[in-house]
Design a protein around this ligand. Structure first.
Ligand SMILES: [Zn+2]
Length: 367
């Protein structure tokens, strides 16, 4: 059996206490501790909670990250307190919940527990929101409010693109909207899903929206080594020649090369299919003064290009252009200034074969 970096009893106890022994799963909050009942048990308590690992305790576990140290993996920062059902849910049934998403859930649970103490201080809680795109026209900051097997619920905090009425139109006219807009992509998850049914919006007393989305299962990523063959492209985007011959790329190299091509094609500009392309150039031009936001928007686009299938203008369902990517961990601009009308994005990805890939890709922005 692989070596496990387990939490100490003290770490577990403090982890539980910091959320008042309640489950940290969105909208669960189940109390996990109580009295043990029975003969000679009146001096014992019963604990039904579990200290779940965010980054797995062992190499074969969910969300394992070899870049973390054993000390980190057994530290309180790497734990989230949950009821047994939800600890199992995130570790076996739905292990695709990402490290970043679980961290947001933990912060949310700790804030709830702290607020329940009703102290009179003005502690500044760190942000628990993530960026979410719903189709092409609504992008908002939101928090995870509830999670079911195939339903995600978010509270809208602030719109970046679109507004409340756009969101309402999306829900009201769901049947007639372009099928390529029926997706949700979530920065904290590095993941996007096709939406299966009309979304529902609930209006809260404070005027904010709670949106619930029925999601399709995650698209299964392909193996990058099966990506076939293509001409090798140089940094300038031109075909590379070697001794008069055109150089070719195959497999993983071909897959990686296609990242730049897919990201550089602007949405709607390709005459043969107006449904192809990315919004990265548009986002760049609109948000370059706010790099933190721009990076998140670029990440959303890479997520969409990796995980959302597309219906072409001829009505054919095709795989996402970057189908060999399973998870987009980070996407960050290397510099804001353009060089040769292009920018460079540093990506951290999990590929369809489970391998991590970290590196730079050039994205054409234009002038
Ligand atoms: Zn729970």
């Amino acid at each position: 059996m692989a070596k496990r970096d387990n939490f100490t009893p003290t770490t577990k106890k403090i982890m539980a206490e910091r959320v008042a022994w309640r489950c940290s799963f969105p909208n669960c909050g189940k109390i996990t501790i109580g009295p043990r009942m029975g003969e000679n048990e009146n001096d014992k308590s019963l604990n039904l909670g579990e200290a779940a690992h965010i980054v797995a305790a062992a190499e074969d576990g969910p969300r394992y990250d070899s870049n973390t140290t054993p000390e980190y993996r057994k530290s309180i920062d790497n734990g989230i307190w949950m009821c047994r059902a939800h600890a199992r849910f995130i570790d076996t049934d739905y292990k695709e919940f990402s490290v970043e998403t679980l961290r947001l859930w933990k912060l949310e649970a700790e804030e709830k527990a702290y607020r329940a103490l009703s102290l009179q201080d003005n502690y500044q809680f760190s942000s628990k929101s993530t960026l979410i795109a719903l189709g092409f026209e609504a992008v908002f900051e939101g928090t995870w409010e509830a999670v079911d097997k195939n339903e995600w619920t978010f509270k809208v905090k602030q719109f970046i693109e679109g507004n409340s009425s756009k969101l309402k139109d999306y829900a009201d006219n769901y049947g007639s909207i372009d099928c390529n807009q029926k997706f949700i992509s979530v920065v904290s998850q590095g993941d996007a899903r096709v939406i299966q049914e009309p979304i529902s919006i609930q209006y809260l007393d404070d005027g904010s929206e709670l949106i619930s989305v029925r999601i399709a299962p995650k698209v299964i990523a392909s193996l990058p080594e099966n990506s076939g063959m293509d001409f090798m492209l140089g940094e300038d985007g031109d075909i590379v020649l070697e001794g008069g011959d055109i150089k070719m790329v195959t497999g993983v190299d071909k897959a990686i090369q296609s990242i730049s091509t897919a990201a550089s094609m602007q949405y709607g500009e390709w005459f043969a299919d107006r449904t192809a392309g990315s919004f990265i150039a548009q986002y760049y031009n609109k948000y370059k003064s706010n790099v933190a936001l721009l990076n998140q928007l670029i990440k959303l686009e890479f997520i969409r290009l990796s995980l959302v299938p597309r219906t072409t203008s001829e009505g054919k369902l095709v795989k996402p252009p970057l189908n060999f990517i399973k998870e987009v961990k980070t996407a960050n601009l290397k510099a804001i200034a353009l060089k040769n009308s292009s920018t460079v994005v540093t990506l951290s990805l999990v590929l369809g074969n489970g391998d991590e890939w970290n590196g730079d890709q050039t994205v054409y922005i234009g002038t």
